[in-house]
Design a protein around this ligand. Structure first.
Ligand code: SAM
Length: 243
C-alpha cells in the first residue's frame, strides 16, 4: 500500500481523528484497541444477539475509536454472497480483527455451514473469539492464530467462499496459494475487501481480472465508518484449467 495516497487532502479529517486518538491512547498506555472494543461489547451488547454485537461494534467505531472492521456498508456486499452457497458450506476468512465479519458471515451461513477464520495477532484473535461467543457463534467458528500463508499450507479444502481482509499486499500471493493447494472449487466465491484506489489494489485486481480463472466484478462502497471511496471485488473461480 502506498502511504502517500493516505496523505491526499480528502484523507485529512480521517487521519487527524485517527492520529489524535492514537497519540492519546499511546500516552495513556491503553490496551490494544480490539480488546477495548471487546470490553465495550461485553458491557453493552446483549448475550446471544448477533445484531446487537454488530451494532455495539458500529457504535464503538463511530463514537469511541475507528475500527477496521468491514462495517455496515461493505459487510452486506460480502455476506449476501453467503446466501447463494450450498447447504453445509465452508467459508474461509483471512483477517478476523474483532470478529465483526465473522459474526456477519455466521448470521447468513445456515447450519451446518462453518467458518474458519485466520488471524495473525493473538490480541485481535482474543477479541474476535470473545465477541463471536457473545454473538452466540462460538461453535460455528474455528479461529486459527497464525499467518495466512502458514495456515493456508495446513488447511483442508475446498472452501465455498473466501473472504480476503488481511494485509492487502498479501491478497494476490495468498489467493495463488489457495489455488495451488486446491482449496478452491469451480464456483468458489472470493470476496476481497479494500480494493478501492486508496489501497493500491492494482496487482490483485489485474490478477483476478486477467488470469482467466475468475469472473470478477467490483462493487463500489466507502471505507468503513467514513465517506472515503473504497470497493469490494467479487470473483467467482472458474477452475484451474480455465485459462
Ligand atoms: C481489516 S482487519 C480484518 C477485519 C475483519 N475481517 C472484520 O471485518 O471484522 C485485518 C486483520 O488482518 C490481520 N492480519 C494481517 N496480516 C495477516 C496475515 N498475514 N495473516 C492473518 N491475519 C493477518 C490483522 O492482524 C487484522 O486483525
Amino acid at each position: 500500500m502506498l502511504p502517500w495516497r493516505f496523505l491526499h487532502p480528502r484523507m485529512w479529517a480521517f487521519n487527524a481523528r485517527n492520529v489524535s486518538h492514537f497519540l492519546i491512547d499511546t500516552v495513556r498506555g491503553a490496551p490494544p484497541r480490539p480488546l477495548r472494543a471487546r470490553d465495550y461489547v461485553a458491557r453493552h451488547a446483549t448475550q446471544g444477539d448477533a445484531a446487537s454485537v454488530l451494532a455495539t461494534l458500529d457504535r464503538y467505531a463511530t463514537e469511541e475509536r475507528w475500527l477496521m472492521s468491514v462495517g455496515p456498508e461493505k459487510g452486506p456486499l460480502m455476506s449476501e454472497m453467503i446466501g447463494g452457497l450450498p447447504d453445509g458450506a465452508r467459508v474461509l476468512e483471512l483477517g478476523a480483527y474483532c470478529g465483526y465479519s465473522a459474526i456477519m458471515i455466521c448470521q447468513r451461513l445456515a447450519p451446518p455451514g462453518t467458518l474458519v477464520s485466520v488471524e495473525l495477532s493473538p490480541a485481535n484473535a482474543e477479541a474476535a473469539r470473545d465477541n463471536i461467543a457473545v454473538a452466540g457463534f462460538a461453535e460455528r467458528v474455528e479461529l486459527r492464530i497464525g499467518s495466512s500463508s502458514d495456515e493456508i499450507a495446513k488447511l483442508e479444502g475446498p472452501f465455498d467462499l473466501v473472504f480476503l481482509d488481511h494485509w492487502k499486499d498479501l491478497y494476490k500471493t495468498d489467493l495463488q496459494l489457495l489455488e495451488k493447494r486446491g482449496l478452491l472449487r469451480p464456483g468458489s466465491v472470493v470476496v476481497a475487501d479494500n480494493t478501492g484506489d486508496l489501497f493500491s489494489p492494482e496487482a490483485y485486481l489485474s490478477y483476478v481480472r486477467t488470469c482467466g480463472r475468475y469472473d470478477s466484478e467490483s462493487r463500489e462502497a466507502h471505507i468503513e465508518y467514513s465517506q472515503l471511496p473504497d470497493a469490494v471485488e467479487i470473483s467467482v473461480y472458474r477452475g484451474p484449467d480455465a485459462t
